[in-house]
Write a protein that binds this ligand. Structure first.
Ligand code: YK8
Length: 177
């Protein structure tokens, strides 16, 4: 996997979880900026193993003439039971893009760690991996990998920027931190 984001924010761990993993106005706005449309979320629900699960469906906008303009996508998220409210959250998300070439060969796995740093600070870490369901021809594989990394890098760079903006808004005029 690759580490795409590793940063301390002046945002508490539980607030960070709320921003990223609930139907928050932050994530709604961020999706708007990324031209992610038709989003629907299910509620977090406990599964048999004690982890929490939810899934998201949306349409992503792709600005690559070789790939197409849009694709529907499904994101399955797991909040592991080892997570501790306000202290430590581990979320895995598997993203399936349904309408891109070779979509039946791969998916993306993102692993989010939110770790409490102090009362008003947390560290956010995101690791990403491109996973293969079946082995494509070498050239196709490098094509998929290259296109995935660039898209993912762009996404997390912007997520970081938007979180910094949110942090600034939240903390302005707000005493000691
Ligand atoms: C989530 C990874 C790959 C995919 C895309 C696929 C091209 C395939 C190339 C062919 C379009 C929001 C990405 C970037 C779409 C967006 C996905 C997002 C950013 C020719 C072989 C969607 C995080 C996420 C994970 C994976 C990203 C896709 O929250 O290049």
């Amino acid at each position: 996997g690759r580490l795409y984001l590793n940063k301390v924010f002046h945002i508490s761990a539980n607030k960070m979880f709320e921003l990223l993993f609930t139907d928050s106005s932050f994530i709604r706005r961020f999706m708007n900026v990324r031209k992610i449309t038709n989003a629907s979320f299910t509620a977090w629900q406990k599964d048999n193993s004690g982890n929490m699960k939810r899934s998201l469906n949306y349409t992503i906008t792709i600005s690559n003439p070789l790939i197409g303009k849009f694709s529907t996508a499904t994101e399955n998220q797991t909040l592991y039971k080892e997570s501790r409210d306000g202290q430590y959250y581990l979320v895995d998300s598997e993203v399936y893009t349904h309408d891109v070439p070779y979509h039946d060969y791969f998916y993306t796995q993102n692993r989010y760690y939110i770790i409490r740093n102090s009362k008003r600070k947390c560290r956010l870490r995101v690791y990403t991996d491109v996973k293969y369901k079946k082995q494509p021809w070498g050239l196709v594989k490098s094509f998929i990998t290259k296109n995935s990394w660039s898209g993912i890098e762009d996404y997390f760079r912007q997520l970081e920027a938007e979180l910094l903006e949110e942090e600034a808004e939240m903390n302005q005029g707000g005493g000691d931190s």
